[in-house]
Design a protein around this ligand. Structure first.
Ligand code: UD1
Ligand code: CA
Length: 484
């Protein structure tokens, strides 16, 4: 299909409401599920239609909303609705920023995050097939309370009107088909219908829904597309709904990855944001959260109890009980348990970052190992190097941070401090327990600690009446006995 065939004239996203029930200093539309704002989900769905214009109608907290929009949809226009006089007034404001009202105008809502682009496409396709003036997305609910009801004409085919709950007769209130608040309008019908609106209703608002009556009086058709998947039309009004829709969206994302070949041992405790990319044959263990631009290559196993934010994991790597951000983990590498990878960590192919290791700005070469109890900051470690247990890369002197280099196949003994800036060359050793302040050249062993001295007779002289001396005496006597 060409873009021409799919593209609509405009999408107007309603986003001027107050969101009071969120009880937040942040606009409701900026709250996130699956790592993206509610507004960004709504805008993404709308973008499926390739609209020639996207207009977001803003009102409450509009500085926040507008600033956010410039990040997520720089091409979108904004229309300001100064006072919330109703959905009809909101769409009027949206139309006012368009140069023309020709063509199809789709109206959606900024706080309905699970609506899919494909649903909007189906709505537009039906609208085109029927040539109707208005096509309404609806669902059938066992409890329709609070929603506008779809009232049919005598023939039962066309929609005669949408009647808000508070304006309903008892008979209308019993109707289970509800207005989801998402529509395709013929632009001309919308423009003229909006011009005809009055505030003759229980809330004294301008109701967009009354455009339906206008369309019928103008002789245009109005039909509905009934959506079985009610989640797609649910809005977020408070944080309980935010969590409910967030969990449902996550369930859908996790299910999509499972169908694409990812093993998810416990879908209920696995969280995958919308932006994450996974290869087939990835395994995710319980309590794993993958966020941001994280990607995981085939055969890798992540978790349990792991959070990765913007981390690239290579083929066949394992990452156990780890928190990582802005890092790269090479193919076949192993990380964890209990590792903390801070931004700038790059672990090479088959490298290892082990238990209780914290890394930051650390480029660790292929096959290099930092297995236990280490702080590794501002480091460059060559391929095949081994960093002993408890090594500290002392990168900060209280004023500036400096870099430490450990060369290829070098060996740093346990419990050493490498005081940056310092370089351990290729093929060098550092003795355990060293505080290294000078470079160590290829082939050298650097020892930076005082030499051990044993003082004979010390325990007898200084601790003569202790169990220690008693033990020493027994040991000495026994040694004497064996020697004989
Ligand atoms: C609206 C529909 C109702 C439908 C329901 C679906 C009308 C009159 N009623 O009711 O039939 O079942 O949505 O959720 O349209 N908004 C503005 N400016 C305004 C008023 C609203 O931008 O002046 C925005 C809100 O931010 C929100 C959307 O429009 O995103 C819907 O407004 P809301 O007041 O929640 O409409 P409902 O009363 O729920
Ligand atoms: Ca609502």
């Amino acid at each position: 299909m060409t873009e021409q065939a799919t593209s609509v004239a405009a999408v107007i996203v309603l986003a001027a409401g107050a969101g009071t029930r969120m009880k937040s200093t942040k606009s409701k539309l900026l709250h996130e599920i699956a790592g993206r704002s509610l507004l960004s989900h709504a805008v993404d769905a709308a973008e499926h239609l390739h609209p020639r214009r996207m207009v977001v109608v803003v009102g409450h907290e509009r500085e926040q909303v507008t600033a956010h929009l410039t990040e997520i949809a720089p091409g979108a226009l904004t229309a300001v609705q100064e006072r919330q006089l109703g959905t009809g007034d909101a769409v009027r404001c949206g139309l006012a920023v368009l140069e023309s009202t020709e063509g199809e105008v789709v109206v959606t809502m900024g706080d309905v995050p699970l609506l899919e682009g494909e649903t909007l496409e189906a709505l537009v396709a039906q609208h085109r097939a029927t040539g109707d003036g208005v096509t309404i997305l609806t669902s059938e609910l066992s409890d329709p309370t609070g929603y506008g009801r779809i009232v049919r004409d005598a023939g039962g085919d066309q929609v005669a009107a949408i009647v808000e709950q508070r304006d309903c007769t008892a008979e209308q209130a019993a109707i289970r088909e509800i207005n989801a608040g998402i529509y395709v309008f013929d632009g001309g019908v919308l423009r003229d219908g909006l011009a005809s609106l009055t505030t003759d209703n229980d809330q004294s608002e301008l109701y967009l829904t009354d455009v339906v009556r206008y369309a019928r009086s103008a002789g245009r058709g109005v039909h509905t597309l009934v959506l079985a998947d009610r989640w797609q039309t649910e809005g977020v009004n408070d944080r309980v709904q935010l969590a409910t829709l967030g969990r449902e969206l996550n369930r859908r994302i996790v299910e999509r990855w499972m169908r694409a070949g990812v093993t998810v041992v416990d879908p209920a405790t696995t969280w995958i944001q919308a932006s994450v990319d996974l290869a087939p044959d990835v395994t995710l263990l319980p309590n794993t959260s993958l966020e941001g631009a994280t990607s995981v290559a085939s055969g890798a196993t992540i978790g349990p109890d792991t959070t990765l934010v913007d981390v690239e994991v290579g083929e066949g790597a394992t990452v156990i009980r780890t928190h990582g951000s802005l890092s790269v983990i090479g193919a076949g590498a192993s990380v964890g348990p209990f590792s903390f990878l801070r931004p700038g960590t790059e672990l090479g192919v088959k490298g290892k970052i082990g238990a209780f290791v914290e890394t930051k700005n650390a480029v660790i070469g292929d096959g290099a190992k930092v297995p236990h109890l280490t702080y590794c900051g501002d480091a460059e470690i060559g391929p095949g190097a081994n960093i002993g247990a408890g090594t500290i890369f002392a990168n900060y002197d209280g004023v500036v941070k400096s870099k430490t280099r450990v060369g290829k196949a070098s060996f740093v003994g346990s419990n050493s401090v490498l005081v940056a800036p310092v370089q351990i060359s290729d093929g060098a050793y550092v003795a355990a327990g060293s505080a290294v302040t000078e470079d160590v050249d290829p082939g050298q062993l650097g020892i930076a600690r005082s030499r051990q001295r044993n003082i004979p007779g010390w325990v007898e002289t200084r601790r003569g009446d202790t169990a220690t001396w008693q033990a020493a005496r027994e040991a000495i006597d026994n040694e004497g006995a064996t020697e004989q």
